[in-house]
Design a protein around this ligand. Structure first.
Ligand SMILES: Nc1nc2c(ncn2[C@@H]2O[C@H](COP(=O)(O)OP(=O)(O)OP(=O)(O)O)[C@@H](O)[C@H]2O)c(=O)[nH]1
Ligand SMILES: [Mg+2]
Length: 445
């Protein structure tokens, strides 16, 4: 079956909605060239050449554009593709899309261009998923990791693991099918190979936790007594005067949240200083919110004022958060000669920014497992589930081989492991899983 011929022609705006320098309308499918010829003042669009023309609507000039024509199969989707670069006004772009749709294309669904690229074997499924990760990455680090997968790093690794597994499986099948001619493989050979493959799967899974954090991000709450410098640290980490800072205790009364990139996506939360005495109703509610923020955070930055020292009140707050993942920070080290420091506290001055870089590094290393081998492979939940399934099947095969189980039985588990690996690259995949993946994409991608 030739999938390419089965598809109709789709179109969408590929640039974000809004005003910009350029807007891009993408068309894919066998009518792409026919449509651009119909709607422009130019007849010839040689593949791979930049073409300049006007888009027309019933001879009325709509915009002066650049057209990038790509003949199948050498295009993003593997089909005939036309990309129109027009001026980036909301209405210009929409007008051109409407003209394209009125001349034989239909509106593309979410992720349909990339889905076609996958179905036409321009990329495997791990690369298609990397496209989405790259677009939606919340930090520059994760964008770089996603680009690695786009280039096929994860897909290739899975194919390498699969090929070893396939080789072992083939030898078992040959032994089963032709017992007179082919000897069944030695059990030690099986055990050795299963252990090797399990080790390789573990290498890919080692980055799972970090991948999840890099993709989703974490919540960090800054907590402490009034006036210890929480809002000052909040502003310093944001590099912006976002929260009000004064020398009046009880300045911050509400929870303030901002997103920042600390190499991982972080929602940073500034809270009201926690104290018991003389608080009014508003501050009391603020203090409740602070405790709640601390309990919901993935990491708590617990601040005390080093120029005053670690007090009984500090310790009372510390006891609220001590069971959470936390960092103790001795702030205002710029105005104290001999800070009475808690041994494990990080020394910081939120105003002079001394110690700020170290704090950022410490946060990153506490949350992510940053050893290079653990960041070699970025995976998403779907891929991790497939890897775990492959691993469980192989573990069963290993146990069976260790007790010299019949090789027919071992083969059943190997087949499940192969299937699970094939789901990662999309060699074997159901429509439901595909729809689920591409439904998360943007229109026009
Ligand atoms: N010298 C010095 N002063 C600091 C430092 N950090 C904060 N301050 C000062 O301490 C005072 C309180 O700072 P804030 O950031 O408002 O403290 P806070 O913990 O948010 O206070 P509340 O919102 O009232 O709980 C301000 O006068 C700051 O300028 C620091 O590292 N060094
Ligand atoms: Mg404050």
């Amino acid at each position: 079956m030739n999938i390419i011929n089965e598809f109709d022609t789709i179109a969408a705006i590929s640039t974000p909605f809004g005003t910009g320098g350029v807007g891009v309308i993408r068309i894919s499918g066998e009518k792409s060239f026919e449509i651009i010829t119909k709607i422009s003042d130019k007849n010839d669009f040689p593949s791979g050449r930049i073409c300049h023309c006007w888009v027309l609507d019933n001879n009325k000039k709509i915009d002066e554009v650049i057209v990038l024509p790509f003949k199948a199969p050498r295009s993003y989707t593997g089909e005939d593709v036309i990309e129109i670069q027009c001026h980036g006004g909301v209405h210009v772009v929409q007008n051109i899309l409407d003209i394209v749709l009125n001349n034989g294309a239909r509106m593309a669904e979410r992720g349909e261009f990339t889905k076609r690229a996958f179905l036409n074997k321009r990329m495997d499924l791990s690369q298609a998923e990397a496209v989405d990760d790259l677009i939606h990455s919340k930090t520059s680090d994760f964008a770089v990791q996603s680009a690695k997968n786009l280039s096929g790093v994860l897909g290739q690794k899975i194919k390498d693991i699969r090929s070893v597994l396939f080789e072992v499986s083939s030898r078992i099948v040959a032994g089963i099918d032709f017992p007179e001619d082919v000897q069944e493989p030695d059990y030690n050979y099986l055990i050795e190979n299963f252990k090797h493959i399990l080790g390789e799967i573990d290498k890919v899974l080692a980055g799972a936790k970090s991948s999840d954090i890099l993709r989703q991000g974490i919540k960090i709450a800054i907590v402490g007594r009034p006036n210890v410098g929480k809002s000052s640290l909040f502003n310093a980490l944001l590099n912006l005067n976002r929260a009000i800072v004064t020398d009046i205790a009880g300045t911050t009364r509400d929870v303030i949240k901002e997103n920042i990139d600390l190499g991982l996506p972080v929602t940073l939360i500034d809270t009201a200083g926690i104290r018991d005495a003389n608080v009014d109703k508003v501050e009391e509610i603020g203090i409740e919110y602070s405790k709640q923020s601390a309990s919901e955070a993935d990491l708590v930055l617990f601040l005390y004022d080093a120029s005053i020292g670690y007090t009984k009140e500090d310790d009372e707050i510390y006891r609220i958060i001590k069971d959470k993942k936390h960092l103790i920070i001795a702030n205002k080290i710029d105005i104290t000669d001999k800070p009475e420091l808690v041994t494990e506290a990080l020394k910081l001055s939120a105003t002079s920014k001394e110690g700020l870089k170290e704090l950022k590094e410490k946060i990153k290393s506490l949350v992510l497992d940053l050893s290079p081998e653990n960041l070699e492979f970025v995976t998403n939940k779907r891929q991790q589930t497939c890897l775990i399934r492959a691993k469980e099947s192989l573990e069963r095969a290993l146990q069976a081989a260790q007790v010299n189980e019949l090789q027919d039985m071992i083969y059943i588990d190997l087949k499940s492991a192969l299937l699970a690996l094939d789901e990662i690259t999309g060699e074997v995949i159901t429509d439901e899983i595909l729809d689920n993946i591409f439904d998360h994409f943007c229109i026009g991608k």
